[in-house]
Design a protein around this ligand. Structure first.
Ligand SMILES: NC(=O)c1ccc[n+]([C@@H]2O[C@H](COP(=O)([O-])OP(=O)(O)OC[C@H]3O[C@@H](n4cnc5c(N)ncnc54)[C@H](O)[C@@H]3O)[C@@H](O)[C@H]2O)c1
Length: 364
């Protein structure tokens, strides 16, 4: 397989595996603004009607075969946007096909075994991997990181708080979505349904902020769960502690008109507060506020012109061109291990069927 780089003056060819809502409502709009550096050339989906309809929007080749996409010489970089369970094998296939870089939607693996397989193939092939945890690519977050000094050592409380309408509302604002899975009414009298919802909440939503949480949690190996609540129709309230940190993860998806997504890291006399734009909304970056000296000094970073989605594609292009050094696969593995540890601890502490209480949509 070739590992040649595209000529510097030509956009890189993008191949996308999975053309569901995330491709249609997030990645194609982001890529439409990056046409000077990236060009969608091949779209594969197991559903032929979805593949051909979405490919037609961008003038790309359509198909249902992963191998055909991997063997397409027009494809320089691959984005994996299929459901979670296919991510690991597809990342590995893209690395083995000698593509120049791989973007994998979060989570990039579902267990530590898959993560170890990816890490081995990534170091063997040298193909850089970007995981689509978009907040880590947001210019507001990156500017805060450049300026927060020794805050990570001082922090004692970390919070990720998310209030969002259901994804479908944003997807419909962004584009006309094809083939959305039918929504059913979950059976919350079954503890396994609640456990699956909690795992899905941590691995699907909180995961965007967990790499950020990890930056402020040096002793994360020693995590203890204080409280787990399941919030209906979709959400969670999870409190955790390590020997030196309290971590609060909260999310609710309801019919709110005002989405909010904040991340906070708080020390005795300094703090970081970030307001992220909600997923799907591509209207500039997060705004980060660094407060110090007991609140007497505040510095604000952002909003900048693009958000983390565009940021991850820009990074992918730079990695493929070799103009930026690849992040270590170990950092991605550590992020995933951290997320899995929190998801496992949350599910293990999920309220048992017998003590399930129903109060204002909260299962405790
Ligand atoms: N970064 C974000 O903000 C964000 C937002 C939404 C979803 N996601 C992630 O993107 C991924 C896809 O989510 P989605 O919302 O598009 O919904 P989805 O998972 O329902 O849609 C995925 C598409 O993949 C197709 N597909 C199924 N099996 C496939 C396979 N083996 N190979 C290729 N295609 C296959 C389906 O036909 C469907 O069109 C998930 O892993 C999800 O976590 C990320």
């Amino acid at each position: 397989m070739s590992h040649d780089t595209a000529p510097a003056d030509r956009p890189l060819g993008v191949g996308i595996l999975g053309a569901g809502p995330v491709t249609q409502a997030i990645h194609l709009p982001a890529l439409a603004r990056l046409q000077d550096i990236l060009e969608v050339r091949h779209i594969m989906d197991v559903d032929p009607a979805v593949a051909s309809s979405v490919a037609a929007r961008v003038g790309a080749t359509a198909g249902t075969s992963m191998d055909a996409l991997m063997n397409d010489p027009a494809v320089d970089v691959v984005a994996i946007c299929s459901p979670h369970q296919f991510h690991a094998d597809q990342v590995i296939a893209a690395c083995r096909a000698g593509k120049q870089a791989v973007l994998c939607e979060k989570p990039f693996a579902m267990n530590a075994g898959e993560a170890a397989r990816i890490s081995a193939v990534s170091s063997e092939t040298g193909v850089p991997i970007v995981v689509g945890a978009m907040h880590t690519f947001d210019p507001g977050w990156l500017a805060a990181e450049q300026n927060w000094g020794d805050l990570p050592e001082q922090v004692h409380t970390i919070r990720s708080s998310i209030v969002l309408p259901p994804n479908a509302r944003f997807e419909d604002f962004a584009t006309e979505i094809l083939t959305r899975p039918a929504a059913g009414e979950p059976n919350y009298s079954d503890i396994n349904v609640i456990k699956n919802a909690l795992r899905g909440g941590i691995m699907g939503l909180a995961i965007h902020d967990l790499p950020l949480v990890r930056r402020f949690t040096p002793d994360f190996a020693d995590i203890e769960v204080l409280q787990v609540l399941h919030v209906r129709p979709f959400g969670y309230a999870v409190s955790l502690r390590t020997p030196t940190r309290v971590i609060e993860l909260r999310a609710v998806m309801n019919s709110t008109w005002k989405p909010e997504w904040t991340f906070e890291a708080i020390a005795d006399d300094a703090a970081l507060h970030i307001d992220f734009t909600p997923s799907y909304v591509q209207a500039g970056s997060a705004v980060a506020r660094l407060t110090s000296r007991g609140g007497s000094e505040t510095r604000t970073f952002g909003p900048y012109g693009h958000n983390g989605y565009e940021g991850e594609w820009r990074e992918l292009a730079e990695l493929a061109k070799g103009t930026r050094q690849a992040p270590s696969a170990q950092a991605l593995i550590d992020d995933l291990t951290f997320a899995l540890a929190i998801a496992d601890a949350t599910v293990d502490s999920a309220p048992g069927q017998a003590d399930t209480a129903e109060k204002a949509g909260v299962s405790a």
